[in-house]
Design a binder for this molecule. Structure first.
Ligand code: SF4
Length: 445
């Protein structure tokens, strides 16, 4: 049962000390009731009150952690249905499926190729999160498949099968790791729960209907296993959208604890590779915590990873690059100096255009609190004073043998003020769009 803001307030110290970042205990209590803050933000709660508030401070979607040798994936802990309400915290993990009916050598080669896939998107390295190994045979074949995966990757694993004894043979190869195993159903859940507890694993739970699933998870929790993942047995696009939305709504809006776990989706079961990508897209946007794929295609995986990155980026915190002077195409002291802001998409757009032009140049990335050029200018974070300050701070003059600087065309209005801030400098105005930089640089070179 959700606890109200007033009930929480009664258990707080009521000193309004502001140490939690809120002006009053009541404001903090209301945020806590809305699951928008953690109880730990108030350092003054008594132990007694902490115990009483544990249920209300518990995230509505449990945090599940998978660990392997050197890799860790955290999924869950989400507190809002829609990203714009606050943010989504833990990105869903992409796992690629291998079956123990495949040749172990082929498994290792496939896993190595997928494991090595890393793309850089606006300064962030994007990659898959792990592998799912599916049992279709006996324990020896399964153990061999797990070993074959481990020969190609150290990333976390999901072990899938119907027989807990077969899975135990695979788990024996993962000493010290925390995998996800499954799949427990209303008939076999006790054996799976015992296996998960013995191996410190999380457990995938499924049932023929959401009602049966709601009956099953409390039984497993009562047995002592709380790290659960829900498989709602999605059969089609609309079915997946409906079930995932119901599970997440019940967990967040109704605080329905039996559904307070991440969801696993299997686009790998799609009829075609195209449908698999479409199902994965839906799973990322509507509420999967684990996404199991089968067909590896760099061009579609790149799109999925970028989509995931965009959805799970905090909308209130722009992705930034480090302010400073970036040298592009090995500039010599007579190369031009261009200015932009430290919003990562702005930086990469400008830097990529300069790089592709083949013209050497210095790019002064001003500290504009991670905003794009126009936004930063409108907010007063990208003005002549700031640019002049960064010219000095990052030692631009020491790198060049001229006194000329190129402003983005969108802030041509700053040129007069910048002349005053940088006496003796020639202020040039570049193009408004970064795509026009190569042609502009050819003219000024
Ligand atoms: S830190 Fe605790 S006691 Fe202080 S204002 Fe916040 S909730 Fe109240």
């Amino acid at each position: 049962m959700a606890i109200s803001g007033i009930q929480i307030y009664k258990l707080l110290p009521k000193t309004n000390c502001k140490d939690c970042g809120f002006p009053t205990c009541m404001a903090f209590a209301l945020k806590l009731a809305a699951k928008q803050v953690e109880l730990s933000a108030c350092p003054h709660v008594s132990e007694e009150a902490q115990a009483q508030l544990a249920a209300s401070s518990e995230p509505p979607v449990r945090l599940i952690t998978l660990e392997s040798d050197g890799s860790k994936l955290e999924v869950g802990n989400e507190v809002v249905l829609f990203r714009h309400e606050k943010t989504f915290y833990n990105k869903p993990g992409f796992f690629f499926l291998v079956k123990d009916s495949e040749d172990p050598g082929a498994i290792t080669e496939k896993v190595k190729e997928i494991d090595a896939f890393v793309v850089n998107y606006v300064g962030i390295d994007l990659a898959v999160d792990g592998f799912a190994v599916k049992s279709e045979g006996d324990g020896a074949a399964f153990a061999a498949a797990v070993e074959a995966v481990r020969a190609g990757s150290k990333r976390p694993l999901i072990l899938i099968g119907d027989d807990p004894a077969v899975l135990a043979d695979g788990l024996a190869k993962l000493e010290g790791e925390k995998p996800l195993i499954g799949t427990a159903n209303p008939e076999n859940w006790e054996a799976f729960a015992d296996l998960a507890i013995a191996n410190k694993a999380s457990l995938v739970v499924t049932a023929g209907s959401l009602e049966e699933l709601a009956d099953l998870t409390p039984k497993i929790k009562d047995k002592g296993l709380a790290d659960l993942v829900l498989d709602p047995q999605v059969t089609a696009f609309n079915d997946g959208l409906a079930k995932h939305t119901i599970l997440r709504r019940m967990a967040l809006a109704k605080n329905f604890r039996p559904f307070g776990f991440p969801i696993i989706a299997y686009p790998s079961q799609a009829a075609t590779p195209e449908a698999e990508v479409a199902l994965a897209t839906q799973a990322v946007t509507k509420y999967a915590g684990f996404v199991v794929m089968e067909n590896f295609a760099p061009e579609t995986l790149y799109g999925l990873l970028v989509l995931r990155e965009n959805i799970y980026t905090d909308p209130q915190k722009p992705i930034q690059v480090q302010p400073g002077v970036y040298e592009i195409n090995q500039p010599t002291p007579d190369a031009p100096v261009m200015v932009t802001t430290n919003f990562s998409i702005t930086y990469f757009s400008v830097a990529n255009e300069i790089e592709s032009s083949g013209q050497p140049g210095f790019l002064l990335v001003a500290d504009a609190e991670g905003m794009s050029v126009l936004t930063a200018w409108a907010a007063g974070n990208f003005d002549a004073e700031q640019i002049a300050k960064d010219v000095k701070k990052f030692g631009v003059e020491e790198k060049i043998n001229h006194k000329s600087i190129i402003l983005p065309g969108h802030v041509a209005v700053l040129s007069g003020e910048l002349e005053e801030e940088l006496p003796g400098w020639e202020i040039k105005v570049g193009p408004r769009e970064s795509v026009d930089l190569p042609a502009y640089l050819k003219q000024v070179a």
